[in-house]
Design a protein around this ligand. Structure first.
Ligand code: BG6
Length: 323
């Protein structure tokens, strides 16, 4: 039997892009499709708080404004492309070379990785969620004046996937997967947060001391030492069995970014460095200097099994403090 993700990925591969039918039932042509998407989204606008705009590549974008911050979210991939506290540089890195196309993931911000992490033969790398057109179900105000968007991945079958994006003095992201089928399901997930830094060679990443990790470049396991992690070359590591808060100390932008999480046992640290940056078509050759990914999820042996009728939530809260 074909699973929900094989069915969506198969259609995407065959047609070269995901159709709006996969993403909410509309069957418009290319331009009308965007207009239809915009019209449906506009019902959720809240004056001065939630605004729907034509984004890059003609994809719809949602601008969320609070008294202390702004964020931009694309329903394509349920992708947060910007979170910025007023008067501060953006917390999230976005590549100037990113694609904005319905059949491609966005490079930077927060890609939603689900239901698998990494490559999978014949299927899209890092799952189908980041190339799906998510549906916006609700936008509203929550406690303390923060704004919250509720998006849902349009799939049928063995699960329901909800994503809550809360914008306030922090950015809080919750990916909730409910098993709507009759059997256990096993999933990997990850909120692949790209952070903007002043100079990656000067940052220190702490919180992972003593944690076992798989070095994907060496295909070998190590245990992290006591000193903060420094980036001086390509890094691609999956830390396992950790729920720890991770901090990125950035002396150039004079801030510490904090990544708090729950429902997550894996943390990925990634920087492509020079050669991989040059190989990536949607990433600038020098952009590796201004970014680092510290990703939160459940990967490989930390994959999550969800019983029928049960749900699993991955929650990540991102904020910063001045140095
Ligand atoms: C990281 C992986 O999470 O994502 C890396 O650990 C990968 O191996 C990176 O290169 C980017 O992946 P993609 O599919 O967005 O190019």
């Amino acid at each position: 039997m074909m699973t929900a993700w094989q069915s969506v990925a198969g259609r995407a591969k065959k047609s070269g892009k995901l159709s709006r039918r996969d993403s909410g039932g509309l069957t418009c042509g290319e331009n009308r499709e965007i207009t239809c998407g915009m019209t449906a989204l506009k019902h959720h606008e809240i004056p001065g708080r939630v605004t729907v705009l034509p984004g890059r590549g003609g994809l719809p974008a949602i601008l969320v404004t609070t008294a202390c911050s702004e964020a931009e979210i694309y329903p394509h991939g349920a992708h947060v492309t910007r979170f910025q506290k007023l008067g501060e540089p953006p917390l999230l890195f976005m590549s100037a070379a990113s694609e904005f196309r319905a059949d491609m993931p966005i490079r930077g911000g927060v890609p939603v990785i689900f239901p698998w992490f990494g490559p999978r033969a014949g299927l899209p790398a890092h799952g189908i969620a980041r190339v799906a057109a998510w549906e916006l179900l609700e936008a509203g105000v929550v406690a303390g004046g923060a704004m919250r968007l509720h998006l849902r991945l349009p799939t049928s079958g063995e699960w329901m996937v909800d994503y809550y994006v809360t914008v306030g003095s922090a950015l809080t992201l919750e990916l909730a997967v409910t098993n709507t089928g009759a059997k256990d399901v096993s999933i990997e997930n990850c909120l692949h947060t790209y952070f903007q830094v002043g100079d990656v060679q000067q940052i220190g990443i702490s919180g992972l001391a003593g944690t076992r990790y798989l070095d994907l470049l060496l295909a070998a396991e190590f245990t992290e030492g006591e000193a903060p992690i420094r980036i001086a070359g390509e890094v691609d590591r999956t830390y396992q069995d950790t729920s720890a808060l991770v901090e990125i100390r950035d002396p150039v932008l004079r801030r510490t970014i904090r990544v708090r999480k729950s429902g997550s046992k894996s943390t990925v640290v990634w920087n492509p460095w020079i050669a991989k940056a040059q190989r990536m078509p949607d990433f600038g050759d020098d952009e590796y200097l201004q970014m680092v990914c510290v990703e939160s999820g459940n990967i490989a042996e930390n994959a999550v099994t969800i019983a029928p009728g049960k749900a699993a939530s991955l929650i990540v809260e991102i904020d910063s403090a001045n140095l």
